[in-house]
Design a protein around this ligand. Structure first.
Ligand code: F6R
Length: 627
């Protein structure tokens, strides 16, 4: 949450900062601000609400400064008001700081500073930082770098900071402790940002700081140090990035663009992970899946523990289904936020899988770190084998885990996850099939038929987009005025799709929605049903199809308007459902990848017709870097 940017070089900093913040706005949009240094003075401009408010304010100012920092905020400590917006300054208006993260001990620090007569202008945790730095600068004849170095040991929590000072116009200091921060290297100009999306328009040479590192950026170069002050020698890497990924490319919203990118993402993951030389008729003695993991990883896996949040948790529930039903390995999925405070007793030979699209979710990272640390103290058979399933391989989870499945989804900008969800589920198909092959839990014939089914998915996904969207948009009109509640039901491998359909709807349309296992409705939630509450049933032919249809009938008997996501023909579907969201035929095991698309489109159109901010729904952020 929150995005920070910094610039030092030969161009006007203002426009670079604000356009950088625009690319980070998905991380938070409660307020924004920038600070620059020119003629020995700090210029600080802040605005409440979305970034265009700050842009408007800045248009009325002249600022030629060539150094500056910026921030877009997702409020944690203190309401989203101008006085709580970053950058925060010291009492002499000499030091400006932006921060992403949380300073957990800010209350004590604040009291300590107050007892020394220092006044505060905000309720934020961040404001203690410029005051501490300022004290060190005042007390002794030290550089800005040294003052920040002396300040950091006082700070507890996870944070990334960028600091400038009116008296040091050629120095930008940054530090990272468990919150993302990447440096960009240009020609005589240097950048920092919470995410590389803000750097790619300027440079593809980047270096991600590690925890416990800080850097001094000057117009001449970048020096990296540990918090203890030791110089670190590291070199930037070159990004293989297509800036088009972060443009809307003619779509009204990123979310719709990303829904449309899904067939391509699935194609690309199939190309990456299916071994083209694996031919059933040749009776191959190697895995059809090419994840690049050694036998060692798979030897002795008795248990798989998956940790994730939100939509990634839903993808993980499908993962559990696949790992248990296809690969035959007992698997547990936990919310990372719960697991970190109530972990399971340790089981030997465990594969720990972290699933996250941002790669930065604080709870997921902390749960993985905790699991790794507690297991390292034990006998080696308990040591964690860590695997990340993510589209952001350069992120914190990428640094933490020894193995990664890069889901090939690229960056996702719409706050509601769509293509990354589908890509994570694909990651689980590959993992489950690789395990199934190596453990011989499925015959080669069965594996081959699943792979054939996987290969057919992109065309089928395209067909849904081509043939169903108009009808879904028309249907969406019926729910924009009076509908206050929605129920989504599914069973088996499609129960998580019910959860995901409900989450998509509530987060972008603000309509209350619940996802339930269809068979559980009669144990309570059925009491909610009447003609005002539409029920969406995911009824894909397969082992639980008849059961879902029976559960749907129970809802219909309570006057609920019944919407079916199904591949059965119109005549059969019409016997049960009032409205049908049709998807092509597919075997049940692969059906979640298709079933989720009409639900994404339904939520999208309801929110778009309501005129809501689809890509940046209220109160949310794309990268949840606070606990
Ligand atoms: C929902 C959504 C969130 C995220 C959750 C975890 O559309 O995007 O529920 O899935 O915040 O985020 P990651 O996957 O980045 O760990």
């Amino acid at each position: 949450m929150c995005g920070i940017v910094g610039y030092i070089g030969t161009q006007e900093a203002k426009e670079i900062l604000i356009s950088g913040l625009e690319r980070l706005e998905y991380r938070g949009y409660d307020s924004a601000g920038i600070a620059t240094v020119s003629e020995g003075r700090l210029n600080c401009v802040k605005a409440k609400g979305k970034l265009y408010n700050l842009r408007e304010k800045l248009e009325q100012t002249v600022d030629n400064a060539q150094i500056g920092i910026g921030h877009t905020r997702w409020a944690t400590h203190g309401k989203p008001e101008v006085h709580n917006a970053h950058p925060h300054l010291d009492s002499y208006l000499k030091v400006a700081v932006v921060q992403n993260g949380i300073i957990e001990n800010y209350r004590e620090l604040r009291e300590e500073l107050k007892s020394k007569g220092i006044g505060f202008n905000s309720e934020t945790d961040t404001e203690v930082i410029p005051h501490l730095i300022s004290q060190y600068l005042a007390d002794s004849n030290i550089s800005l770098l040294e003052a920040v170095q002396k300040t950091i040991p006082h700070l507890e929590g996870a944070f990334a900071i960028a600091v400038i000072s009116a008296d040091n116009p050629y120095e930008l200091i940054v530090a990272r402790q468990q919150a993302p921060l990447t440096l960009g290297f240009g020609q005589g100009e240097f950048f920092c940002a919470s995410d590389i999306t803000a750097l790619v328009p300027h440079t593809h040479a980047v270096l991600t700081l590690e925890n416990g590192e800080m850097a001094r950026l000057t117009p001449l170069g970048v020096e990296i140090y540990t918090f203890a002050g030791e110089r670190v020698s590291r070199f930037p890497r070159t990004l293989d990035w297509n800036p088009g990924q972060v443009e809307k490319q003619g779509f009204r919203h990123y979310m719709r663009k990303e829904i449309y990118e899904q067939p391509g993402v699935v194609r690309s993951s199939l190309e990456t992970y299916l071994n083209p030389n694996w031919k059933l008729e040749e009776n191959p003695d190697f895995s059809p899946i090419n994840l690049g993991f050694s036998e060692q990883l798979y030897d002795n896996i008795d248990f798989i523990q998956i940790l994730a949040c939100g939509t990634s948790w839903h993808a993980s529930l499908i993962g559990k289904y696949l790992l248990e039903q296809v690969a035959g390995v007992i698997t547990s999925v936990d919310y990372a936020s719960e697991y970190r405070y109530s972990p399971k007793p340790v089981i030997p030979h465990t594969l720990i899988v972290g699933v996250t699209q941002s790669g930065e979710t604080a709870d997921t990272i902390a749960a993985l770190e905790m699991e790794k640390a507690r297991r390292e103290k034990l006998d080696s058979k308990y040591h964690a084998k860590l695997l990340a399933i993510t589209n952001r391989t350069e992120s914190t989870i990428g640094q933490l885990c020894d193995r990664i499945i890069d889901t090939q989804a690229g960056i996702e900008i719409g706050v509601a996850a769509t293509k990354t969800f589908v890509a994570q589920v694909m990651g689980f198909y590959f993992l489950a099939l690789d395990l199934a092959y190596r453990r011989r839990s499925l015959s080669n014939e069965r594996i081959d038929s699943i792979i054939t089914g996987l290969r057919s998915l992109p065309d089928k996904m395209e067909k849904i987009l081509e043939t169903q969207e108009d009808a879904i948009e028309e249907l969406a009109h019926e729910f924009v005025k009076e509908t206050e509640d929605f129920i989504f039901v599914g069973r088996g491998i499609n129960f998580p799709i019910a959860l995901e359909g409900a989450l998509k709807l509530k987060e972008i349309s603000y309509i209350h929605a619940e996802g339930y296992p269809a068979g559980e409705m009669k144990h309570g939630p059925i009491a909610l049903l009447d003609s005002e509450v539409p029920v969406v049933a995911i009824a894909m032919p397969g082992s639980v199809y008849e059961k879902v249809i029976s559960n749907a009938q129970e809802a219909k008997a309570r006057d609920a308007r019944l919407i079916g996501v199904t591949s059965v023909n119109a005549e059969e579907a019409g016997l049960t459902f009032d409205d049908v969201l049709n998807v092509p035929e597919v075997e049940e095991l692969l059906s979640p990848i298709l079933a989720v698309i009409p639900l994404q489109l339904l939520s999208y159109h309801i929110a778009a017709i309501k005129g809501l901010d689809v890509d940046q729904p209220r109160n949310l952020a794309k990268s949840v870097t606070v606990e």
